[in-house]
Write a protein that binds this ligand. Structure first.
Ligand code: AMP
Length: 560
């Protein structure tokens, strides 16, 4: 076996020319090396090139544009006018991207502000006035601030369109166009999209200058290379991942497993959590010295540890013969990495198992991996508490069976005989089983993990089921907003832009005033400002949607 050399801290990032403050932040976050998209995008972006990137969530695309943005921060802090504007389709993503930029820009004192519809505008106004370096916004609200002259784009150096295909699907095309008109001509423009339909290409042709093109699903893994491995995935919300991992491991009962994490921090936290739950887990990451690593490997080989939690870098070159299971604690950032990881099992004719824990948003990367590896990843249900109990009882049963076949039980006879004077034999046996079961360390894990579906696929027309402009499915309306029920939906060919169009034509509202839109099969729900609800309802009742008269009323929302 070969042991990996301790690698220089985040040296891969230093090679990309990032400034020391950013390298420090990345070390702090435990990023050991750039993901493929970061390796390809960061250099050209620092040079000032425009970029057209095809990449889905989970590839590390946020850092791919965030780091070059922060690279441009002036030494003593900005003058308060934003140097970068990132447009994203949903409020959820606005918050997530802002947090990421804030983390990377820690040592630069970067001020990052998410702005999105539904949030009271007053706070946003105050923050904008105080000065902001990076604005992450949904298009509607960005345009709103531009119109009020509260968002000054004069000093803008870089504009990012993140998840551009989703923004178009949500009917933001005109808003994006209008925003770009307001930005300085010499700005740098970056467009990321998971898919590249013609509409995206036409935006790119119009607004990007000689862009670098990056596609992160290059099919470099040779077909037929994939080993004999049973591959499954579980869709789990982030908060439930440790529990889900424990449960899957309990049911799979691996001889030896390696769990891949993204960062050192994740390795350390997960190792601790799993040890706390009674697994014998060992951490392995790039920050550990050679001796420490050797000790960990020795424990795994000797069977005193059954779980190795590692980063890709740390696991490089590891060859562990007993390994039966590879677990991806997250969907890997590139298909190559997936292939490389699971290549560690399924050798010498033995069946290996690859397990991937995916968050609902990561379904695209999962599909890409399937396509590239030309293999199937079966999405399975996380074992329930009941499954788990059944499985644990099964383990206790086989342990007892083994004991009866192999052990010399004679000197326990006296215990059974004395108890048998007073109790029924079956009862005595049950009590013994109970003790054996509890002693086997079957820790109580009673947490129910909510079942979440993968995000819906696009339908035949290449359009994703819209999750609403601001992605608020299944919740109450935003404050200050009323939800209007419209009796026509997907089955009637209704798209978000039809509703926005009808409302904007028939009432005094503009597209920007409209909040979340949700389109179900037979009806739609649209959020409009409380004060305009009556007006919108009256006007829509007098018009047609997709050529038909439809029911329009306030939604009967059950309060939470
Ligand atoms: P994204 O595709 O931008 O949503 O990123 C997916 C996840 O990968 C986020 O949780 C990031 O914090 C993480 N991540 C991004 N780049 C790296 C890296 N180079 N090493 C480890 N984790 C990363």
């Amino acid at each position: 076996m070969t042991t990996p050399n301790a690698t220089e801290d985040s040296s891969g990032f230093a090679d990309l020319g990032l400034r020391p403050e950013l390298l420090r932040a990345l070390i702090g976050l435990g990023y050991e090396e750039p993901t493929p998209i970061q390796r390809e995008a960061i250099g050209p972006l620092i040079e000032g090139r425009d970029l057209l990137g095809q990449a889905a969530t989970g590839t590390g695309k946020t850092a791919a544009f965030a780091l070059p943005i922060l690279q441009q921060m002036p030494g003593g802090g900005g003058d308060g006018r934003p140097l970068a504007l990132v447009l994203v389709p949903t409020r959820e993503l606005a918050v997530q991207v802002s947090e990421a930029i804030h983390r990377y820009g820690r040592d630069l004192g970067a001020r990052v502000l998410p702005i999105y519809g539904g949030q009271p505008i007053g706070r946003q106004l105050r923050e904008l006035q105080r000065g902001v370096d990076v604005v992450v916004a949904t298009p509607g609200r960005a345009l709103d601030h531009i119109g009020r002259r509260t968002l000054n784009l004069d000093a803008l150096k870089i504009v990012v369109l993140d998840e551009a295909d989703e923004m178009l699907d949500m009917g933001f095309a005109d808003d994006i166009e209008a925003i770009l008109q307001e930005t300085p001509e010499e700005r740098q423009t970056v467009l990321f999209s998971a898919t590249m339909p013609p509409r995206i290409n036409s935006i790119a042709r119009q607004h990007l200058t000689d862009p670098v093109r990056i596609q992160i699903e290059r099919e470099t893994a040779a077909p037929g290379e994939a080993p004999r491995v049973r591959q499954s995935a579980y869709v789990v919300p982030r908060a439930h991942k440790p529990t889900a991992l424990g449960r899957v491991l309990d049911v799979e009962a691996p001889e030896a497993a390696i769990v891949f994490c993204r960062t050192r921090e994740e390795v350390d936290t997960l190792t601790e959590t799993m040890n706390g739950r009674g697994y014998r887990a060992e951490a392995l990451h790039g920050g550990m010295g050679q001796e420490q690593r050797d000790r960990v490997m020795a424990r795994l080989r000797a069977g005193t540890a059954d779980l190795l939690v590692a980063t890709d870098v740390a696991a490089r070159g590891l060859d562990i013969e007993q390994l039966t299971h590879v677990v991806n604690y997250n969907v890997p950032s590139a298909p190559e990495s997936y292939v490389h990881r699971i290549g560690r099992v399924g050798r010498a004719g033995r069946e290996g198992v690859a397990i991937t824990l995916a968050e609902p948003r990561e379904h695209r990367m999962l599909k890409t991996i399937e396509r590239v590896t030309k293999s199937r990843i079966t999405v399975e249900k996380v074992p329930t508490v009941a499954d788990l109990r059944a499985r644990r009882l099964e383990l206790t049963r086989s342990a007892l069976e083994e004991s009866m076949l192999e052990d010399d039980l004679e000197h326990f006879r006296v215990v059974v005989d004395t108890l048998a004077d007073e109790f029924d034999l079956v009862e005595i046996a049950m009590a013994a089983v109970k003790l054996a079961h509890e002693a086997s360390g079957a820790a109580a894990d009673e947490e129910e993990i909510p079942e979440v579906p993968l995000r819906p696929e696009r339908d035949g027309r290449g359009r994703r089921e819209p999750g609403g402009r601001e992605e608020r499915r299944g919740r109450g309306p935003s404050t200050g907003m009323t939800r209007v029920f419209i009796g026509a939906g997907r089955a009637g060919g209704v798209r978000p832009q039809d509703l926005v169009g009808a409302i904007a034509n028939e009432s005094r509202l503009s597209g920007r005033d409209i909040g979340a839109i949700e389109i179900a099969d037979r009806f739609s729900l649209v959020e409009v400002p409380d004060h305009a609800a009556d007006d919108v309802i009256t006007s829509l009742r007098q018009t047609t949607i997709k050529g038909k008269k439809v029911t329009v009323r306030r939604e009967r929302f059950e309060s939470r």
